[in-house]
Ligand binder design. Structure first.
Ligand code: G3I
Length: 383
């Protein structure tokens, strides 16, 4: 009898929460993600122009209801903010900042120095045709960081100052920044960001940080920045995970970074359910039935068992975040719902992935209620 009552209670609770999300009402009758973790960490999402132009009010109500933090998926990257040297464009980033301010959400900046989505002029010759050298690149980096950070001063809580500078084996990525400046470009970037906005938190952000060698390299980096007296507030673990990620290693990395005295954030969380292609033939998979079957198997919907696997994975992940809530300041998803996730187009274009907590219909996946209930149970147990 007890089980039946619990089941009915949960069933109706689930229905109400789902209905609230469908209708996009601001009814507070069930807990939201941001409320559930309000005492632990911010819960964020990456959004961009696309979402802002979307006129479905249900989407906006979902963003407002569930998330306490926002980050631009693309608009604050260097190719957007300084497409030509010295000509800044803040239109996309400003729109997201205005939107977040209206909704009482915290904005973080992504990102100042990254080898990708970096405009070609950064490494090109100067106006007299002189090829870029150390001095010119430092000047350009400083101007870019000063321009962007001072524009967003007081509007963003912190910056991903350097993104993805380390390879999987723990060595420095041989980017153009590295080729010209060596690893010196990293402390310089942190120094310039702090000079431009002394109040902003500063983060090192990277993917694959569950790998022990990358973890060790990040620990070395934190130590070397601190040894130079530079500010570093947190490590951003991008957290592009999959059902096959080793969560024990992931947790060890959180512990290792926290032990260095910095905060930890999951900055780009998603959990892919699709197979990672090994050797891909140089062919468009959309034209090959065999490859569609193998690499894009859930075009018509996610099977219940895979959904359950994803639910278990996310619950274990949030249990880890709760365990380390003293060090974790933000958990941000890389997108709002499955339909607009970058993972539909990476590493293969045009797949149907299901990596986030909200489906294409903007509904919470059923396991979101479990994540919320786990958190409520844990906090009751502590009292
Ligand atoms: O805006 C153009 C559009 O005009 C054009 O029609 C279309 C055709 O492909 O491209 C659009 O630009 C795309 C842009 O996303 C906006 O959708 C770019 O091609 C595409 O390369 C770009 O991808 C972004 C990617 O970074 C680029 O490196 C993804 O949206 C974005 O989610 C992704 O985010 C990165 C983080 O910044 C760092 N960590 C990894 C993460 C995932 O790759």
């Amino acid at each position: 009898m007890h089980h039946l009552l619990s089941f009915l209670a949960l069933f109706f609770f689930g229905l109400t929460c789902r209905a609230v999300t469908i209708a996009g009402s601001d009814d507070d009758s069930c807990s939201t993600l941001k409320e559930t973790f309000a005492d632990d960490f911010l819960v964020g999402a990456a959004i961009d122009y696309g979402e802002l132009r979307d006129t479905t009010s249900a989407l906006h109500q979902l963003i407002r209801r569930e998330f306490s933090a926002l980050v631009c998926e693309n608009s604050m990257k260097a190719d957007h903010t300084e497409p030509q040297e010295g000509r800044f464009n803040f239109a996309g980033g400003d729109a997201v900042v205005d939107y977040a301010q209206r909704n009482g959400q915290v904005v973080t900046g992504h990102c100042l120095v990254w080898h990708s989505q970096c405009p070609a002029w950064m490494f090109g010759p100067d106006s007299t045709g002189h090829p870029v050298d150390r001095e010119l690149l430092i000047r350009r980096m400083r101007n870019h960081i000063y321009g962007v950070c001072s524009h967003y001063r007081g509007k963003v809580k912190g910056w991903d100052v350097v993104n993805e500078a380390i390879e999987g084996d723990g060595s420095w990525r041989k980017s153009e920044y590295y080729r010209i400046l060596g690893d010196e470009f990293i402390p310089l970037a942190f120094q310039f960001a702090h000079e431009a906005d002394p109040d902003a938190e500063l983060y090192y952000n990277d993917y694959g940080l569950d790998s022990p060698r990358k973890r060790e390299a990040v620990v070395r980096l934190i130590r070397s920045l601190k040894a130079r007296g530079l500010r570093i507030d947190a490590v951003g673990m991008q957290s592009h995970l999959s059902l096959w990620t080793n969560l024990d290693e992931y947790e060890r990395s959180i512990e290792a970074f926290a032990a260095e005295g910095v905060n930890v954030m999951a900055t780009e969380l998603d959990v892919s359910v699709l197979p990672w292609p090994g050797e891909m033939p140089n062919a468009d998979i959309s034209t090959s039935f065999e490859y569609q079957e193998r690499y894009n198997p859930y075009r018509d919907g996610l099977p219940e068992d895979v959904l359950a696997q994803q639910g278990d994975f996310y619950r274990r992940l949030f249990a880890i975040y709760r365990r380390h809530a003293a060090a974790i300041t933000r958990v941000t998803f890389w997108g709002v719902h499955d339909g607009t996730s970058w993972l539909n187009n990476f590493p293969i274009r045009g797949r149907t992935n299901y990596s986030l907590l909200f489906g294409r219909n903007l509904l919470r996946k059923p396991f979101v209620e479990d994540i919320i209930r786990d958190a409520a149970d844990a906090s009751k147990a502590q009292k």
